[in-house]
Design a protein around this ligand. Structure first.
Ligand code: ZN
Length: 268
């Protein structure tokens, strides 16, 4: 089976980083917006020279430097994109429900541009069931706007390997203390995912149980999506499609849920 390999996320975002003192400038941004990778190769997240200036890439300055690159690209060199996004408004075709985990940023993983993705991120990439209780439902509010305000064509739920949110739920179910209040209550939504994983294979434990629960949580969120009336209506009209994906960050494989076969299929 041919698995697609994912690029190093840091290199994907920033290009290759040289630490040699002879490096005079940040790698050049190509017309497509991606950073040229023809520079040095010795990545070092500490004391990196950028434009002749030493930057501690472990500190907040790294973010400020990143913003300068963003501004240079989208406001100085190629301002058309944001001018259009402002004059015409955003018009993303994809709403993505992804985990808040720093390793699975959908804009980086899928190499998108500003305006491409309406991102809804929370602990464990969960979609709660539809509830009219007057409480604070951030994920539901974002979904409502994506479907009824932006008329997105696709909602993609993206679970991932080594998910701390799913692990917290599994630990809690095993009687272990997970600490905190909000994560514990939020991931209680995943009980059914764990139950289904064990129902499918009662012998599962450890990492295998976690991985099975992570995939089941994607399916559970897909089911919960269909409890929202505006989602059902858009789907019935043929205006909206749902997708369940699982990002295996151990080996860089994207698995896509096949609704017909009821299995996750690795993409080659
Ligand atoms: Zn996660």
């Amino acid at each position: 089976m041919n698995y697609r390999r994912w690029p190093n996320p840091y290199e994907t975002l920033h290009g290759t980083i040289g630490v040699d003192a002879s490096i005079k400038s940040w790698p050049i941004i190509s017309p497509m917006g991606w950073l040229d990778r023809t520079g040095g190769h010795s990545a070092n997240l500490e004391n990196t020279l950028i434009n002749g200036r030493e930057v501690d890439m472990t500190g907040i300055e790294a973010l400020l430097n990143g913003f300068q690159e963003f501004r240079s690209m989208y406001f100085d060199k190629a301002p058309d994109l944001y001018q259009n996004l402002l004059s015409q408004g955003q018009n993303p075709r994809f709403a993505v429900v992804a985990c808040s985990d720093s390793r699975v940023d959908p804009a980086i993983v899928f190499q998108t541009k500003p305006g491409d993705i309406f991102a809804i991120r929370n602990v464990a990439a969960l979609v709660p069931p539809y509830e009219e209780d007057g409480q604070y439902h951030g994920t539901s509010a974002a979904l409502e706007f994506a479907v009824t305000g932006l008329s997105v064509d696709h909602i993609i739920v993206i679970g991932h390997a080594h998910c701390g949110g799913v692990a917290a739920m599994v630990r809690k179910q095993e009687g272990r203390n997970v600490g905190g209040k909000f994560v514990s209550a939020w991931t209680d939504l995943l009980h059914k995912a764990l139950e289904r994983a064990l129902a499918a294979d009662p012998g599962l434990e450890g990492d295998a149980l976690l991985a099975a629960s992570e995939r089941q949580s994607v399916c559970l969120s897909l089911e919960n999506l269909t409890t929202f009336p505006f989602v059902r209506e858009a789907m019935a009209a043929g205006d909206l499609r749902l997708h369940g994906w699982y990002l295996n960050i151990f080996d860089g494989v994207l698995e896509i849920w096949n609704f017909d076969t009821g299995t996750f299929v690795p993409q080659s």
